[in-house]
Write a protein that binds this ligand. Structure first.
Ligand SMILES: *Cc1c(COP(=O)(O)O)cnc(C)c1O
Length: 476
């Protein structure tokens, strides 16, 4: 176990001494001044360096190991993008600068909006939302405001149970009532069952495509027709656009509103909660409702337009998370149209390769084909009371990050695997062999070993419920 910094601390050691010769007395009110010196640890330089280097080596990261985390898309994030995001010209600009002095940054944001329109078939994008869920929330506020503007009272949103969990949450937050729709055994939704739910109060249908089972919804033209005939809008959860880029466009399929997760599809390392970017895109008739400011161009100069009377307002400070926007722009420009399409084709091919190798041994609830990810339900294959959680923990012993487990909720003992586009056949084969061995052999022959896993990690199995309920965050 690595010691904590305060355990390493000793008064006789110090890497650096901090001294302050700035007179701050006048600025700090008396009641806010500290009475005692802060208890900062005092550590020798080498010990400090080793402490952090050793901790960093305990991390699972895409740069050290395969990371098949379904739905969260730990994909290739080229290091060149990190270097560009760090350039002084970008990292030193201040969002309060006058627009004339940040034309380059505005041009990039404007350019990315245009690129996302081209990729998705929508007419306008706002880059402001800071996450997928916030993009959904913005899209739903736009839908609410649109119906208000045409004086229609529509209070309901249809959400299939194969949608991402943030969909019903965002709709509820935006004040809508959720109508759930059960999906069919192949993971698709039934147009007949959907039509039966389409009343004049339904504002929108939210579809996650590909859905959380990794299945492309096959009835979109029929769903789109029925929805629009009812005056209902169609929402596309495009968090995982890396399955369809360059192949099919939500705008062409009849979707009116969508969001994209730049931090899943367009290169940004993520995990641990951000930062991210979830641009919201709309068809032309909804453009006036997009968040302000809009980035516009007049006589070759970019400026920020706040004067949009129908706008839902601001979603986020300034323009959104600019460094994420920048990485996405560089990623799109460096891959080009062909490269983006190829990334999707490879992602889908890799997932189908793994699915084909596993499906005869382990139950796959949603059929024989998938998009960029797929879901296993190993309940029948597991022996001796071994569960999916045990399989996930045992994978850590073999040096793998565990796939997403117990999601989607509609699959028993779900294991959701997303290999992404950049992994080699050797890596995929090795993982297939390991997970098959755990489920089919170890659960039968050495169940206790699997139930007690992990054995090779710095800490064994944690009480996750207690850790979440009673976190110890205090410096002791
Ligand atoms: C990840 C994801 C979201 C939510 O995105 P956040 O950035 O985590 O808020 C929404 N829908 C789908 C399909 C996702 O995979």
């Amino acid at each position: 176990m690595e010691k904590l910094l305060n355990e390493l601390s000793s008064e006789s050691k110090a890497a650096y001494a901090v001294s302050c010769d700035v007179e701050i007395d006048c600025a700090v009110p008396e009641n806010l001044k500290r009475k005692t010196a802060p208890g900062l640890p005092s550590i020798a330089e080498n010990d400090l360096l080793r402490h952090f280097t050793n901790l960093s080596r305990k991390n699972y990261a895409l740069s050290t190991t395969f990371y098949p985390l379904g739905s969260c898309t730990m994909k290739y994030n080229p290091l060149i993008n990190e270097r560009i995001a760090k350039l002084d010209a970008f990292s030193h600009i201040h969002p309060c600068q006058p627009a004339e002095t940040m034309q380059g940054a505005l041009e990039i944001m404007h350019g990315l909006e245009k690129d996302l329109c081209e990729i998705s078939g929508m007419d306008s994008f706002s880059l402001q939302p800071a996450a997928g869920a916030q993009g959904e929330f913005a899209g739903l506020l736009i839908i609410a405001k649109y119906f208000k503007s045409i004086k229609q009272k529509r209070t309901k949103i249809i959400v299939p149970d194969s949608a991402h969990g943030t969909n019903p949450a965002s709709a509820a937050l935006a004040g809508f009532e959720i109508i759930p729709l059960k999906s069919e055994s192949d993971g698709s939704i039934s147009p007949e069952k959907l039509k039966a739910l389409l009343t004049p109060e339904v504002a929108a249908i939210m579809l996650t495509v590909p859905n959380t089972l990794g299945v492309f919804e096959k009835n979109i033209p029929e769903i789109s027709k029925a929805a629009h005939a009812n005056g209902t809008l169609l929402y596309y959860d495009g968090a995982n656009l890396n399955a369809v880029m360059g192949i099919v466009r939500p705008g062409d399929m009849g979707f009116d509103v969508m969001h994209i997760n730049l931090h899943k599809t367009f290169s940004t390392p993520h995990g641990g909660g951000g930062p991210g970017a979830g641009p919201v895109g709309v068809k032309a008739f909804l453009e006036p409702f997009l968040p302000v400011p809009r980035i516009e161009n007049k006589n070759g100069k970019y400026f920020l337009n706040y004067k949009k009377s129908k706008s839902i307002g601001k979603m986020k400070a300034f323009f959104g998370n600019f460094p994420i926007i920048l990485r996405a722009y560089v990623y799109i420009k460096s891959l080009g149209a062909k490269g983006l399409k190829n990334a999707s084709v490879q992602a889908v091919l890799n997932a189908n390769y793994m699915l084909a190798k596993l499906k005869d041994k382990i139950n796959v609830p949603a059929g024989n084909r998938c998009m960029h990810e797929f879901v296993l339900s190993p309940k029948a294959a597991l022996q001796n009371g071994v569960r999916t959680l045990d399989v996930a923990k045992r994978l850590l012993d073999y040096g793998y990050y565990a796939p997403t487990v117990y999601f989607p909720l509609i699959v028993e003992e779900a294991i959701m695997i997303e290999p992404t586009e950049t992994e080699s056949k050797e890596t995929l084969d090795a993982f297939i062999e390991t997970i098959s061995k755990i489920i089919l052999e170890e659960s039968a022959q050495e169940p206790q070993k699997v139930k007690d896993a992990p054995a090779n990690t710095p800490v064994a199995r944690l009480n996750e419920v207690e850790a979440a309920r009673k976190p110890i965050l205090k410096w002791s």
